[in-house]
Ligand binder design. Structure first.
Ligand code: AMP
Length: 282
């Protein structure tokens, strides 16, 4: 397993693999890897001859008041995890390697980014689309793997690949959770012990919503109200959004009459956490 810092080195390595007729999978991450990331790496290793894990805290996808400076980083630990799960390269560029002086080209998206996290984080998806396009152009993978944890991101990337005719298969992987239900996230490290307990209200409300849908509830407002009431019963929680949207368009829907995504974003103290379920996965 190699840690690579430059675009030139990644390209040279991938070109060598291509000469040997090998397939390549890409797992884009911001590092501080945990079992959620590991599940993506495992899947890529299973389905491709070689796997590149990008490990880059992308400044472009953070808003001015967000946690770019404090975002946790631990490259040595990441390297151990990638090695353990059979990845071949960690691509860990400095921001200057990805964004040279004078950088001024962007990939952006309308419609799908106008709901959910796109509303609360106005520059986020432009940063995501731009960096993922760059990573696709650098690595030229056959397959790329994204977590359903970031459900809107997954929908946006799938749509971008289709819109822009990128010849890459996108695979969405299930959410990996702690044993008590909390979705694994690099940002969980921000939580105090008390907040960590309070954060369970996210997965509990997801379970509640899932059960209602499983038992035949079709009215989105009823599901949203029950989940909202549960989250509001936790004093440390502050809701950013609880919404149900069409799985493909990410637009809100009144009734569960098509494949849908139920997504929540909740502040626990100052930490913003997300969770969700797809009705098709129930
Ligand atoms: P991040 O490093 O948070 O940008 O995440 C990198 C990739 O890992 C994204 O595709 C995420 O959706 C995915 N991911 C993060 N947490 C989880 C999780 N708990 N389960 C599954 N995938 C995850």
């Amino acid at each position: 397993m190699k840690i690579v810092k430059t675009i030139k080195e990644v390209r040279a390595q991938v070109a060598e693999w291509r000469k040997q007729g090998l397939t390549v999978g890409l797992v884009p991450t911001m590092g501080y890897l945990h079992e959620g990331h590991a599940s993506l790496i495992e899947r890529s290793v299973k389905e491709n001859d070689r796997t590149v894990v990008s490990d880059f805290v992308n400044p472009m996808q953070f808003g001015p008041t967000e946690d770019l400076q404090t975002y946790p980083r631990d490259l040595q630990h990441d390297a151990m995890l990638v090695e353990q799960y059979g990845g071949d390269i960690i691509f860990n560029p400095e921001p200057e390697e990805m964004y040279k002086d004078g950088f001024s080209s962007f990939v952006d998206m309308t419609v799908l980014t106008q709901e959910l996290c796109g509303l609360s984080r106005p520059v986020h998806f432009r940063g995501v689309c731009t960096v993922v396009t760059k990573l696709f152009n650098i690595v030229k993978p056959d397959n790329a793997y994204f977590g359903k944890k970031d459900a809107q991101q997954l929908a946006v990337i799938k749509h971008m690949v289709e819109d822009l005719n990128m010849d890459i298969k996108i695979t969405g992987c299930p959410i990996v959770r702690e044993s008590d239900g909390l979705a694994k996230s690099s940002r969980n490290t921000y939580l105090s012990e008390k907040e960590r307990q309070a954060a369970l209200v996210l997965s509990r409300s997801i379970d509640l919503g899932k059960n209602m849908v499983k038992n035949g509830e079709k009215d989105c407002a009823a599901v949203i109200k029950a989940m909202t009431d549960l989250i509001n019963s936790e004093p440390l929680a502050r809701i950013d959004y609880v919404k149900i949207v069409d799985e493909k368009t990410m637009q809100q829907i009144p009734a569960l009459d098509r494949p849908a995504l139920c997504a929540i974003a909740v502040y626990i103290g100052t930490t913003r956490l997300i969770d969700n379920f797809f009705t098709e996965d129930i």
